[in-house]
Design a protein around this ligand. Structure first.
Ligand code: CTP
Ligand code: MG
Length: 413
């Protein structure tokens, strides 16, 4: 098969049905973000320079954490910006491949991390004598057509029905022309466009593990599959064995620092490092103002070059008003895990005259260890006064600084 193949992976959706601040394509399954699984699966089929990821520019920090190393070190094409609909995102990806002039293109949803070489090869084989081919799964349930009041009008014979999956493969020019022609009209997959034009599309056998992640319970269900069957996925995963193995030479170490300040306001307790500490004032802020967790979140984001807490959780966004800060820290930890990394240790210093921190450090260490899901001996919390000098000395607020050490898989450049 001497055809030049390119791939478009669409990852620009917001995951509204999934309902999490971290879009579903950046969630992890089997220790890697969904998007990374997809990119790696296609890197076994064609050179990285022919794989085009389409993303939402608001997600650039997540994209960097998920596949930034592949773009820098494996010649994966820089991601291009998507649109408001899947169809627009696909068209943007196809346009970005115009100069590559592939014979065939495979269009895949980043929300299908279970794609494997067998399904991809079945689609490619069908493209030898069809302008379009998609993987599908026979429908197992009896299907009813209902009116708007849920009264059944008829049963549809299921023998003729297939659930469409991706990657959907096409002659490149044919699908590019079709997308240009139907730009602005909403269709939920790419084969529909050729169907409208009367161009035959072949359906080949898909796989259950290639089902799309749409809601959170899909992720839990699919996680079981990845834990149980990961080694049976048919594309080789060369680095799988060494990723995450502490102390191997395949890790490199990163450090980051964080600093934060919150002022006192009338109240009776302060949230500090994940626990409520009784005091004659509270800390003021848009979220719960946990100055220790904010500094620590910034330290972890700093270690993986993922910007700062304000970029991930803008204070201008009303959804973070009064938010518990443990979710900010969890988010940073998830980004580390998404890079195949691990948190080696963290250290926080709280700077205040009062409340006295010493009696609470054991509970704080445990709270931080629980949030980060690491051993408590990898967490240190300490405090100092500023000798009554400056704003902390005048008891106007509390400052915190933090550092974090992160181990990431080593990637040869
Ligand atoms: N997609 C895209 N651009 C869009 C919408 C979707 O690139 N404007 C991508 C998604 O990132 C996903 C695939 O198309 O990989 C399938 O879409 P879907 O499962 O519907 O994902 P979302 O649109 O993100 O989810 P939802 O519809 O629940 O908001
Ligand atoms: Mg959608």
């Amino acid at each position: 098969m001497n055809k030049k193949i390119s791939v478009v992976i669409v990852a620009a959706g917001s995951g509204s049905r999934f309902g999490d601040p971290l879009p579903k394509q950046y969630h992890q399954i089997g220790n890697k973000p969904l998007l990374r699984h997809c990119v790696e699966a296609f890197m076994h089929i064609c050179p990285p320079g022919q794989i085009q990821v389409v993303y939402n520019v608001d997600h650039h920090l997540y994209l960097e954490a998920a596949i930034g190393d592949l773009i820098r070190h494996s010649d994966l094409r820089p991601a291009v910006s998507g649109g408001h609909t899947r169809q627009q995102s696909v068209l943007n990806g196809l346009r970005a491949l115009k100069n590559v002039t592939p014979d065939h293109v495979l269009i895949h949803d980043a929300a299908r991390p279970g794609i494997d070489s067998e399904v991809i090869n079945r689609v490619l084989a069908a493209l030898l004598d069809h302008a379009g081919a998609i993987p599908g799964i026979p429908v197992a349930d009896t299907i009813k057509q209902c009116d708007p009041h849920c009264n059944i009008s008829r049963s549809i014979p299921r023998e003729t029905l297939m659930r469409a999956q991706t990657p959907q493969g096409f002659n490149f020019q044919t699908i590019l022309d079709a997308h240009e022609q139907f730009e602005g009209q909403e269709m939920t997959d790419d084969a529909s466009l050729l169907e409208q034009l009367g161009i035959p599309v072949k359906c080949v056998t898909g796989s259950d593990q290639n089902d799309k992640i749409t809601r959170q319970n899909d992720l839990s269900r699919m996680s079981e599959h990845f834990t149980n069957n990961q080694t049976t996925l048919s594309h080789p995963r060369p680095e799988q064995e060494t990723r995450n193995m502490p102390g191997t030479t395949s890790e490199e170490f990163r450090t980051g620092t964080g600093f934060d300040v919150h002022r006192f306001a009338p109240g009776d307790a302060c949230m500090l490092c994940g626990i409520s500490v009784p005091h004659s004032a509270r800390l003021e802020g848009h979220s719960d103002a946990d100055v220790g967790l904010h500094a620590l979140t910034d330290a972890i984001l700093g270690a993986i070059a993922a910007g700062d807490i304000g970029q991930h959780f803008p204070p201008s966004d009303p959804q973070w008003k009064g938010a518990a800060s443990d979710q900010f820290l969890k988010h940073a930890a998830r980004l580390v895990a998404g890079r195949g990394g691990r948190i080696v240790n963290v250290d926080v210093t709280l700077i205040c005259e009062r409340p006295k921190i010493g009696p609470h450090t054991a509970a704080m260490r445990q709270a931080v260890a629980d949030i980060l899901e690491i051993d408590v001996d990898r967490v240190n919390i300490k405090a100092t006064t500023s000798e009554r000098l400056g704003f902390t000395g005048r008891e106007e607020g509390i400052a915190a600084q933090a550092s974090a050490s992160i181990a990431l898989p080593f990637v040869l450049s």
